[in-house]
Design a protein around this ligand. Structure first.
Ligand SMILES: Nc1ncnc2c1ncn2[C@@H]1O[C@H](COP(=O)(O)OP(=O)(O)OP(=O)(O)O)[C@@H](O)[C@H]1O
Ligand SMILES: [Mg+2]
Length: 349
């Protein structure tokens, strides 16, 4: 059994909310220790860039305090234009040679000045049938400036950031850990401002993309069409406030936006099928707050013919029944997926 202290606290800083998750290893899996979410002001994080560190810092420290988390080792993830993930196919070489090669040749794969990015890479697992004189490398480059803004904000809070991951990888990690990960699935995370699609085939990511659509679109259109402020529109969207006299407008806005989301999902699936005609998808797994739009699961099922379900990363975890309500866990699970994916990372320092 791994030591409890090796696991980090997962902090998912989204454009709508900060989500925090703390897990513990048990002999057979994981136990949920803490879970929470706090909204941040609109515009505080935009396109993955930290615009208002003070506001975001306040949300994180308030949440940690509420959750009584004193441990300071945390993991975050980044997304957006400032992070590039690229698969490159290379000749097999010794680890040290590969390391040198990547450092010197990365420039040709990355559209940024190499001096301006943090570079990381990992060998991708490939099936045994593939030629074994070549390797697939997943190259990740993240703008130093953007990452440093997060690290500085967190160190101001006396937090030690020991992992900087990528949203899509964190999601993939928690999915594979929870499910066993051998199915061919499409993971789709719909947040407030972006949708991440990641198609996994036999446990390997074969198609990943971020698309700039999300649940904020609904709020903006409701606010404009119904002529209400953003907060009211947000409440109408999640069903906390009625707008009976505008119900036709509301339905139309939801239909249009969900149609657009599903078109993007179908485009990715079609591309996957074109390249992998013999590897049918078994399911489409939804996460993120935007995936909670009522009727979306059925609609995507109708349009894609796939089995569609909402991802609850805590489904097979244990937790203190006095501390967490199972219906709350079920409800909040989908938007906690990335935070949970960070919380299963080990700290090596
Ligand atoms: N029932 C619901 N119907 C529609 N949208 C919902 C519902 N519940 C929550 N949301 C929306 O989900 C979004 C928050 O989800 P999430 O926490 O995954 O986003 P985020 O991680 O902050 O954003 P991003 O990843 O895009 O930066 C908000 O826009 C919120 O209004
Ligand atoms: Mg998110």
């Amino acid at each position: 059994m791994a030591k409890k202290d090796n696991l980090i606290v997962g902090v998912d800083i989204g454009s709508h909310a900060v989500k925090i998750c703390q897990l513990q290893h048990t002999g057979t899996g994981y136990k949920l220790l803490s879970l929470g979410s706090a909204n941040i002001p609109a515009g505080a994080v935009e396109d993955g860039v930290l615009q208002e560190p003070d506001e975001v810092g306040k949300a994180i420290s308030g949440l940690l305090k509420n959750l009584k988390i004193k441990k300071s080792k945390i993991g975050i993830s980044i997304s957006g234009y400032s992070v590039i993930v690229k698969k490159v196919n290379l000749e097999k070489m010794e680890d040290e040679v590969l390391d040198e090669y990547i450092k010197s040749e990365a420039e040709q794969y990355i559209p940024f000045d190499i001096e301006d990015v943090y570079l990381d890479y990992q060998q991708v697992r490939t099936s045994a049938s593939e030629a074994n004189d070549r390797v697939e490398i997943m190259l990740v480059a993240a703008k130093k400036e953007v990452v440093n803004d997060y690290l500085n904000m967190l160190s101001e809070l006396k937090l030690k950031t020991v992992v900087v991951d990528v949203d899509g990888f964190a999601l993939e990690n928690i999915w594979e850990t929870i499910s066993g990960g051998k199915e061919n699935v499409a993971l789709v995370d719909i947040g407030a401002s972006k949708m991440n699609i990641n198609i996994l085939s036999e446990g390997v990511s074969v198609l990943a993309r971020d698309i700039v659509v999300g649940s904020d679109q609904l709020t903006e259109q409701l606010a404009n069409t119904l002529d209400v402020d953003f907060e009211t529109a947000e409440r109408i969207k999640i069903g906390a406030e009625q707008a009976a006299e505008h119900s036709e407008d509301v339905t139309r806005i939801f239909n249009q936006t969900c149609t657009q989301w599903v078109l993007e999902i179908k485009k990715a699936i079609d591309l996957y099928f074109a390249n992998n005609p013999d590897k049918p998808l078994q399911a489409l797994v939804l996460s993120g707050g935007g995936s909670k739009v009522s009727g979306l699961v059925d609609y995507i099922h109708q349009e894609t013919g796939l089995q569609v379900y909402a991802f609850n990363p805590f489904e097979r975890m244990t937790y203190d029944q006095n501390k967490f309500d199972s219906s709350y866990i079920q409800l909040i699970g989908p938007e906690m997926a990335i935070a949970a994916g960070l919380a299963i990372r080990q700290s090596s320092i």
